[in-house]
Ligand binder design. Sequence first.
Ligand SMILES: Nc1ncnc2c1ncn2[C@@H]1O[C@H](COP(=O)(O)OP(=O)(O)OP(=O)(O)O)[C@@H](O)[C@H]1O
Length: 618
Amino acid sequence: MGGRPNAGAHVLEVIGVAEGQNSRRDADVLASWRRCVIEHQLDPGRHTGPRIVTAQELNNHRQDSEELLGMARHGMEDLYRRVNAMGYVLLLANAHGITVDTIGDTELDREVRHAGLIAGSEWHESNVGTNGVGACLATGRPITVHRGDHFDMALTSLSCTAVPIHSAQGKLVGALDLSHLEPPQDKMSQALTLEVMKSCARRIEMANLVRCHRADWILRLNLSSEFLDVDPMAALAIGADGCIAGMTNNALALLGQKSSKALIGQRFDEIFSYDLDDLPKLSRAMAPVDGALEMQSGGFIFARSVPPTAPPRRAVEHAVPKPLRAIHDGDPAMRHLAERAARVVDRQISVILRGETGTGKEFIARAMHDSSRRRGPFVAINCAALPEALIESELFGYAPNAFTGAHARGKKGLIREANGGTLFLDEIGDMPMGLQARLLRVLSEREVLPVGATKAEPVNVRVISASHRDLAELVAQGQFRQDLYYRLNGLVLDIPPVRARTDLEWLIQNISAATEGKPCFSPQAMDLLLSYAWPGNVREIINLCELAAAMCDGASVLPIHLPAVITDRASSASLPTNGTSEDALLQFLNEYGGNVTAAARAAKIDRSTFYRRLRKSK
Ligand SMILES: Nc1ncnc2c1ncn2[C@@H]1O[C@H](COP(=O)(O)OP(=O)(O)OP(=O)(O)O)[C@@H](O)[C@H]1O
């Protein structure tokens, strides 16, 4: 069998690498070893193989991975036909590293089971150390982990080649792995396997893009014209609004784009020097010769367009402009908010944003402004922070020499500063009654009368207001003018607190990436952050990221780097576990406003179990 590495030598090599020594192994393998020792604190002498989840857990994972399974099954069967009887097992793992599907040689059943290459095996690096699926999911890159590259001694007879699978929105949804039970010693023997796997993942993503985007134009791309029709390197889906609506992952590298977030939503003509209306000219029907498309960044690429096969979608998702799409990563309440906001950005409908402090009211108001066609500035006014004596002149401006101490040339005032743009009135509930009447006049008459002036000046502003107080209640108490309330109360958008958001991890990672020092949270630290209630919302996440960057000196952020308010709550054992009563689950559900995903996360049980137990309690 060519011999496994000796356990002692293996441990010494791994420890040496973790301490910074060089090795001839591939850089991605070495980086994974370091993660396993430093971040995941795994023992390089381990000899345990992967954990196998329970049948119930596997069922839940399969249910959650329906899209991935649908995407990959056909490609897997096709691939397995090509390698059948060569001692290979094909695994499909979801983004958590759980094997949700396998195709294997039934004659090798005993060996396959022994190696743990079965449905339900868990391959996340933090669980079993360096392996094909785990390293591929950690980096998003294809990899071969050959024999002694594995971290766990129990796996060092295998060779595993894994490739990432991305959704049409560019999200890493899983990994496809081809494991050889008795590979030759030389890692080069797997080079062809790696290429075959890459092309399989490419074709899976391509088929999925076409399936998900029947109503869009598909643009197949290649660096040469020869294989454009049969095996393009990448493809884009282009929506009726002229924006990129979907992609295969290779499109990023091919078009020199950094991330799917940057590419999806970009206008076609921002990437290519080509008129969108001319897209049909690149189709096979119109041009038997493949077209070279000039890119805005310089250079050319070969492209073939394929017309939509279904009528245009009526869904608003792709009509949501990019700045509003960028405020969330799929949280249902935030997506709904973005879709509703998108409908009014270019209308004169007033908007009220409601949400706890720090939920991002001003941030969303700015995203609405950036999504609109308004070319004037975005001007934010905090009505609670302006001293009452100044608020009038600050808002409405004043005429030259209007009063003692006034500037000889007068003052424009913030409302006129916002002309042609957006006026964001934060904490509108705190505006003094006297000024409310004057603001109402601005909104009704579309003109401002500066202090001491005799003639009103026309203004064209779109008003977005925000309040953490209930304006209707203030009206009932006589503290807020009813007529102004009706004028402001066009569309009310409720921003969820971050503890109720299902995209909390994305939000934290987004903010940490924008923080100086870019703190990187270990899985344990991230678990604590995800179960914390964040009373200060996004502002508190920003502060935490700054603190974490200062505490960890560029290394991974571990639980000990986090403030006690976060670690104590999580360790206080007040959180329900699987043994928690159904009442406590209901309590969580109420606390999170009916959001099951957020409630299940807080209760530390998976969503399907949460549903199941709630159903049982009825
Ligand atoms: N989705 C987001 N991504 C990154 N940063 C965000 C996001 N939402 C809000 N922020 C940042 O969080 C901070 C607080 O946001 P913002 O001031 O908009 O909240 P707010 O609800 O208006 O707060 P307050 O109620 O105190 O006025 C700001 O620094 C803002 O830039």
